[in-house]
Design a protein around this ligand. Structure first.
Ligand SMILES: Cc1cc2nc3c(=O)[nH]c(=O)nc-3n(C[C@H](O)[C@H](O)[C@H](O)COP(=O)(O)OP(=O)(O)OC[C@H]3O[C@@H](n4cnc5c(N)ncnc54)[C@H](O)[C@@H]3O)c2cc1C
Length: 396
């Protein structure tokens, strides 16, 4: 007798990727499917904000809290004011995103949210199984954003940060202009910058960010953040209050994350390799992946391998870029500032979105010093030959 799975789809992990998928399933008119969404924490227990650039309207545009049409990029020797058009830089707050998810779940009778520890998602015969609090639950497909281990790769960095929403006593910020990257900080042989996203003339998110092999102890971020706020923003501690704080870490690696497990488990989000290795941006790529999965399912196709990766050369660019930074072949502050100084912003954004022509790519990569670039290409090639993709060498 044919075994009927407990659900059509199980979404294991209700973070950004899990919620994007649920949203896209409903947009693709799959609300008649029985969906279980499971997380070990309450929905939205982790508070964070997501930012991204975009030149069109997002499916979740109504959740966008702020947009910026201009941005500054600065280092010790130059200050650039960029017009972002036709793009804008957008922010969605976790609180709004998860409130939207709660509404979706409440409205859809076929969608169930459950708290529980999920593990061991696997393909079995004609269905997928996942253990929830140790008990097997089956579905036609399991979509998992549970943490996964990447394999292979040459350089693994972490983008780690501390940020705080502050309110100032006096009007201090220009809410139309974001500071995307301000490198006027001691670099300590790493890539360190602050970004400032003003919500209003008297409030902003100020985030201190590091690209390096390892995260710092929590306490180590605060002196750097305070130094930036007092020395560069010229705010005395009596001039502002801290309303909210966030710490975070995002992998920056050219190692491969598993895309799933067999024919019926599809990995999503960071765990599915949707993080752009050279920038850490994940939110839009994850949304796009979810949209493609939902469309495939709606058309009766397999949801596997729906990653919208650009031409393969972008993987090489990411690997080369990480290699340059990871081996200190060139100063990160100089590379990023040079990239924006030499190119119109839309070209840089399209490059990072993997939507540029080869000619544009060559122009953009010309910003990296030739010596650093060639040494990195040679090193990446050596690693690729010595450890072919998928050969199983774990990143350290
Ligand atoms: C603080 C922070 C800020 C970020 N800001 C941006 C940004 O501005 N722009 C951008 O593009 N990217 C950003 N990122 C990167 C990326 O977009 C986020 O990490 C995003 O949340 C990734 O989505 P995800 O669903 O893969 O992972 P998560 O959102 O972390 O979701 C995974 C979910 O799985 C659950 N889970 C884990 N283990 C289990 C288990 N065993 N059983 C059940 N549930 C489990 C977790 O509770 C979590 O809810 C940021 C990352 C961080 C950490």
């Amino acid at each position: 007798m044919l075994h009927v799975p407990d659900f059509d789809y199980i979404i294991a992990g209700a973070g950004a990727a899990g919620v994007h998928l649920l949203d896209q399933l409903i947009r693709a008119n799959l609300q008649h499917k029985r969906v279980l969404i499971v997380d070990h924490a309450a929905l939205g227990a982790v508070d964070r904000t997501w930012c991204f650039w975009e030149d069109h309207t997002n499916d979740l545009e109504s959740l966008v809290y702020r947009t910026w049409s201009n941005a500054d990029v600065m280092n010790d020797s130059r200050a650039l004011r960029l017009s972002l058009a036709p793009f804008s830089y957008k922010m969605i707050r976790g609180g709004d995103f998860f409130a939207y998810a709660r509404d979706l779940i409440a409205k859809e009778p076929n969608v169930v949210f459950r708290t529980g520890i999920a593990s061991d998602a696997r393909t079995e015969d004609h269905s997928a199984k996942v253990l929830i609090d140790g008990q097997p639950v089956s579905a036609e497909y399991v979509f998992s954003s549970l943490p996964s281990e990447p394999v292979g790769g040459g350089v693994s960095l972490v983008q780690h940060f501390y940020g705080a929403d502050i309110t100032t006593v006096q009007r201090w910020f220009d809410p139309t202009c974001a500071t995307l990257m301000d490198f006027r900080l001691p670099q300590h042989d790493e890539t360190r910058f602050c970004y400032v996203l003003p919500y209003s003339p008297t409030s902003a998110l100020v985030e201190f960010t590091v690209f390096s092999p390892r995260v710092l102890p929590h306490a180590a971020y605060l002196p750097e953040w305070h130094d930036y706020v007092s020395r560069i923003l010229r705010l005395d501690s009596r001039d502002y209050t801290v309303d909210r704080e966030e710490w975070g870490a995002i992998p920056m690696t050219d190692a491969r994350f598993p895309t799933g497990a067999g024919a019926r488990v599809v990995n999503l989000g960071t765990a599915g390799g949707l993080t752009k290795p050279s920038t850490g941006y994940t939110f839009l790529r994850t949304q796009d992946h979810a949209r493609r999965i939902a469309r495939a399912l709606a058309h009766g196709r397999s949801p596997l391998h729906q990653h919208a990766t650009g031409p393969g050369r972008h993987r090489l660019f990411d690997a080369v870029f990480l290699n340059v930074l990871g081996h200190h072949r060139q100063d990160g502050a100089a590379i990023f500032t040079g990239l924006f100084a030499r190119n119109p912003t839309h070209r840089v954004f399209r490059f990072l979105d993997e939507r540029t022509s080869l000619t544009d790519d060559i122009r953009l990569m010309a910003g990296v010093s030739r010596q650093a670039f060639l040494a990195a290409v040679w090193d990446v090639a050596r690693h690729t030959i010595a450890a072919p993709l998928g050969s199983g060498r774990k990143t350290g």
